[in-house]
Design a protein around this ligand. Structure first.
Ligand code: PBG
Length: 324
């Protein structure tokens, strides 16, 4: 008997839903999803992301409750401040929107994991992720202290996980040291380790009002062409104390997710970003495909590539679909 057809027939294990369920290699459950939430002083829909709105703190608390009821364990908070300045000082304001939202969500839903994005771009008037030198370049080392201050302010507000997304060299170590020296040695860091300078962030920048006023982010975010460098970024973040490493975006970077998964024993996160969401919504609205099937297939593929958890704007819908 040979291992080939007709002795071997792979269709045997595809004959019924029960058999297919038994041999499925990758599971997608709401427990692996994290929902990003934009928190602002005024509620407003995000035009380029149908179904996504900037929420007030009350709206974010309600969303966290709905997500918890659906089995989605965590939210990733972004704040949109009313005031911006050159340093991004709103980022570490203890009474800032994110800080107040963290406290409100934890008070209403103590079980919800509240993860906070640490970056300056929503808070700087120039929209870059760090502070600028007089020539307009981003000053890496001067930004570290401000990022660490921001992370500490999130920790004091009650955040469960700190997620730096700025891509400055050394920020994971700077944040780890600051948290440890202030009594937060048990707070994990989810590092945006391999974050690419991607056009897929377009809709996010409308949502968070964080587009750079000049230039682009290519001097700090990664070149989309590089996978070995993604592994170096990840190694460095691990060496600096990251507890979870992230690849971002997700779908156009499945090979990077797989490479990071193969390289480390740490949990791996993937960020299914705003442009990925907007593409699916636009194509579904045009009748190109069934949104439910596309979203579940996409999220499954990100899990299959090696992501333990997925940050996705589809979290609430996907969790509803998975429940039925
Ligand atoms: C902040 C940040 C960005 C995203 C997450 N954190 C934007 C950027 O780097 O320009 C993008 C998320 C998305 O597109 O969904 N630095």
């Amino acid at each position: 008997m040979s291992m080939a057809y007709p002795d071997t027939r792979l269709r045997r294990l595809r004959r019924s839903a029960a058999l297919r369920d038994l041999v499925r290699e990758t599971e997608l459950t709401p427990g692996r999803l994290i929902a990003p939430l934009f928190v602002a002083s005024q509620e407003a829909p995000v035009e380029s992301m149908p179904g996504v709105s900037r929420l007030t703190i009350g709206g974010a608390v309600a969303a966290a409750g709905r997500l918890a009821d659906l089995g989605v364990p965590g939210v990733l908070l972004f704040g949109i401040p009313d005031h911006k300045d050159a340093e991004g000082s709103g980022a570490w304001d203890d009474d800032g929107t994110v800080q107040l939202a963290v406290a409100a969500i934890k008070a209403a839903h103590p079980q919800t994991l509240v993860i906070t994005d640490v970056c300056l771009c929503e808070y700087t008037d120039h929209g870059h992720c760090g502070v600028l030198r007089s020539d307009g370049s981003v000053d890496n080392d001067a930004s570290l202290e401000l990022l660490a201050r921001t992370a500490l302010s999130h920790a004091r507000a009650g955040a469960d996980v700190i997620a730096p997304s700025d891509m400055m060299d050394g920020r994971v170590g700077a944040i780890r040291a600051e948290l440890d020296s202030e009594g937060f040695s048990e707070l994990p860091i989810l590092a945006y380790a391999a974050k690419f300078a991607s056009a897929f962030y377009g809709p996010f920048r409308e949502a968070a009002d964080s587009a750079p006023a000049f230039g682009d982010r290519r001097s700090y975010q990664m070149d989309p062409a590089n996978v070995r460098e993604a592994l170096r970024e990840t190694e460095l973040d691990i060496a600096e104390g990251a507890d979870i490493v992230m690849v971002k975006p997700a779908l156009p970077y499945l090979d990077v997710i797989a490479a990071v998964r193969a390289m480390t024993r740490l949990p791996v996160a993937a960020y299914n970003v705003s442009g990925e969401y907007a593409m699916v919504k636009a194509a579904a609205a045009a009748g190109a495909f069934d949104e439910r099937a596309i979203v579940l297939e996409t999220l499954t593929s990100i899990r299959r590539a090696g992501a333990d958890m997925i940050i996705t704007y589809h979290a609430e819908e996907a969790a509803r679909w998975l429940a039925t």
